[in-house]
Design a protein around this ligand. Structure first.
Ligand code: DLL
Length: 431
């Protein structure tokens, strides 16, 4: 079942025509209404009339997060303020915050994009959706909320936090679909189990829509097993819209990109040249319908690849693979590139340790060192030196053989690493 069958299964030729029409509009709209976009296009010697095919977008200059910071707060808005109906902002933890405006149409399309994912996990207007993403300037809560309302679900706006209450509500209200970050979903599932429930058997929940951070396949499987659910990975970013830019269908092999609203490219992050479909690189997005804050070739920093083979689900929008990580989260340890999600994939294959870990980066004598704090499972005998040494050795050897880096392992007692109610903080960089 599709939420918008005529759009989600549109023949590709027709979809490309729609994209081109919208891309021409969007680039012109940005060029004519945002001084910065006009300036960088003029400097690059391109103008909207140079756009005669979708591929012509590669002639245009890129936009990056710093451009948004420099234009803070409203320098990249393309409509007058009376047309802006909502403003979201990034937390600004890594620099000046960035702001994104939304018109009435932008908000309606956003709801539609997220709603597609609700159908992908088998939801309908009969579903009860619990939104445990944070509500506020972060786009998770209100984005998922809009999706639920677009479908006509009963939306429970729990927001994040108060985890025991989340479990109680999930049980008492008969939640069908849970929307939150993967790390929070695991925390909720573990809390339910600690409270004596078996959510996979006793709760009504059948689907989760999880995103805003990477999750390894093992972690996804743990969530599926503990909650007894179908898993939909949802991708998005506040600068471009929020959650719903791409969503994972029941085939569970990639996320359908909302190609009627966004045009994806994958480029080599060093040369910025396009890479062929199927190869990993940095995702670049051009918005096609956004009115308040259109973006031309926005560099997301997220690493993924395009999966262009037709999907058995019947949706024609191309897929992106699960996000491996951000180029700025990639650790270079003695010349080897490592993403936190690769470490997670290895440690979650060990039943003796829990999916709660933190990566600590230090520098000693000009050399980068990587250490891993990871919790043991409650039934692991953490006071038996021989067993600890054996587990550390096996874990270390597996990490070395998978990632080609030496990781110092520190096994810690259960529940000593802070749990996350939103995006988990996996890296502690002490360099
Ligand atoms: O995280 C929007 C969102 C909310 C997406 C809820 C999904 C669910 P930002 O706070 O601007 O917006 O962070 C965007 O989060 O560039 C990625 O690095 C990361 N991210 C988002 N979704 C995924 C995902 C929201 N499914 C940044 N897998 C993005 C991996 C993700 N990383």
């Amino acid at each position: 079942m599709y939420y918008q069958p005529e759009i989600e299964t549109m023949p590709r030729e027709q979809l490309r025509e729609l994209q081109l029409t919208r891309m021409k509009w969007s680039v012109k709209h940005a060029y004519e209404n945002i001084d910065f976009v006009k300036k960088i296009c003029d400097e690059a010697g391109v103008c909207p009339s140079d756009l005669n095919s979708l591929e012509d977008i590669t002639k245009f200059p890129f936009m990056v997060k710093q451009d948004m910071r420099d234009a803070y707060p409203f320098g990249l808005f393309a409509v007058p303020m009376h047309d802006v109906k909502r403003i979201h902002a990034s937390s600004g933890t890594t620099g000046q915050a960035t702001t994104t405006g939304h018109t009435t149409n932008d908000l309606a399309y956003w709801g539609d994009c997220f709603a597609r994912g609700i159908y992908m996990v088998g939801g309908s207007q009969d579903s009860v959706i619990q939104v445990s993403y944070g509500y506020g300037l972060f786009t998770g809560g209100l984005g998922a909320h809009a999706g639920g309302e677009a479908v006509g679900c009963a939306v429970i706006p729990t927001s994040s936090g108060n985890t025991k209450r989340q479990v109680q509500i999930m049980k008492d209200f008969g939640t069908d679909i849970l929307a939150c970050t993967p790390s929070y979903a695991l925390y909720i599932a573990d809390t339910a189990i600690e409270l004596g429930y078996d959510p996979a058997k006793e709760f009504k929940i059948s689907g989760v829509i999880l995103g805003a951070e990477p999750a390894s396949e093992n972690m996804r499987q743990e969530i599926r097993d503990k909650l007894g659910v179908q898993y939909c990975d949802v991708y998005g970013l506040s600068e471009v819209m929020g959650p719903g830019v791409a969503m994972e269908c029941e085939v569970a092999n990639g996320l359908h990109f909302a190609e009627d609203h966004f045009y994806p490219e994958i480029v080599d992050p060093d040369t910025l040249e396009p890479v062929p479909d199927g190869e990993y690189g940095e995702l670049v997005i051009t918005t096609l319908t956004r009115e308040a804050c259109p973006l031309v070739r926005y560099r997301t920093r997220d690493v993924t690849r395009i999966i262009s083979e037709p999907c058995p689900c019947g949706r024609t929008h191309r897929k992106i693979d699960r996000i491996v990580g951000r180029t700025d989260d990639m650790m270079i340890i003695r010349g080897v590139n490592v993403f936190p999600s690769q470490i997670e994939q290895v440690i979650t294959a060990f039943p003796e340790v829990a999916t709660h870990y933190q990566i600590v980066l230090t520098r000693e004598a000009q050399l980068d060192k990587i250490a891993l704090n990871v919790e043991t499972e409650p039934d692991f005998p953490i006071d038996e030196i021989r067993k600890i040494e054996d587990l550390k050795r096996r874990l270390g050897a597996e990490l070395k053989s998978n990632l080609q880096v030496q990781v110092d392992i520190n096994l810690v007692e259960p529940k000593t690493i802070a749990r996350s109610e939103g995006k988990a903080k996996r890296i502690l960089d002490l360099r």
